[in-house]
Write a protein that binds this ligand. Structure first.
Ligand code: PNS
Length: 161
C-alpha cells in the first residue's frame, strides 16, 4: 500500500488544494490530508473548522481522509509510514518556500521525500489568502472553494466574525 500525505494549514482548503489532493490520490493507494499548525501563521478558521471544510472538499475522493495534526510533519511521516509528502506550488515564491520546507524536513528525517506539484493554470490565482480577502469584502466564493464548503464557511464566519 502506498501512502502520501498532503499537509498544510488549509485556512481554508481551496479548489487548488483539492486539485493537488486529487493528483496524489490518482498515484497513491491512500492519501492523508493533514491539517496542521504553522506557528508563523494566525488562522481565520480554527482547527476543527479547517478539518470540517477539508473533509467536505475531499468527500468525493474515496481513498482520501483528513486528520488534524499538531506535531511535526517529519514525525507524522514516520508514524504513518508514508512514502511521500505532496505539496502544490503556483509561483517562484511558493516554490522557494516549499523547497526550503522540503530541505528542512529532509535534513531532520533522511527518509522524508517531498513531491512538488505545479498548480493547474486555472488555479494560479486561487489561494486561501484570496478566499479570506473575498470573505472580508463580502464577495462570492464560487470558483475558489468547493461548492459544498461554501455554507460551512459562511456559517462559521457568521458565528465568529
Ligand atoms: O503551507 P503551510 O501552511 O506552511 O503548511 C503547514 C506545514 C506545517 C505543513 C508546513 O509549515 C511544514 O511543512 N512545516 C514543517 C515543520 C513542521 O512540521 N511544523 C509543524 C508544527 S511546528
Amino acid at each position: 500500500m502506498s501512502l502520501a500525505i498532503v499537509p498544510g494549514s488549509f485556512d481554508p482548503m481551496t479548489l487548488g488544494h483539492l486539485d493537488i489532493v486529487a493528483n496524489a490520490a490518482k498515484r497513491y493507494d491512500e492519501v492523508i490530508v493533514a491539517v496542521m499548525i504553522n506557528p508563523a501563521k494566525r488562522y481565520r478558521f480554527d482547527m476543527k473548522m479547517r478539518v470540517k471544510i477539508a473533509e467536505c472538499t475531499v468527500a468525493g475522493l474515496s481513498n482520501v481522509r483528513v486528520i488534524a495534526e499538531k506535531g511535526l510533519l517529519i514525525d507524522l511521516f514516520d508514524r504513518l509510514g508514508a512514502d511521500a509528502v505532496c505539496k502544490g506550488w503556483r509561483d517562484e515564491k511558493d516554490y522557494s518556500y516549499e523547497l526550503r520546507m522540503a530541505d528542512w524536513n529532509r535534513a531532520h528525517n533522511p527518509r522524508f521525500r517531498t513531491e512538488l506539484i505545479h498548480a493547474k493554470n486555472n488555479h494560479l490565482d486561487v489561494s486561501s489568502t484570496e478566499v479570506r480577502a473575498l470573505l472580508e469584502a463580502g464577495s462570492a466564493l464560487e470558483g475558489y472553494v468547493h461548492p459544498d464548503a461554501i455554507p460551512l464557511i459562511l456559517q462559521s464566519v457568521k458565528e465568529k466574525p
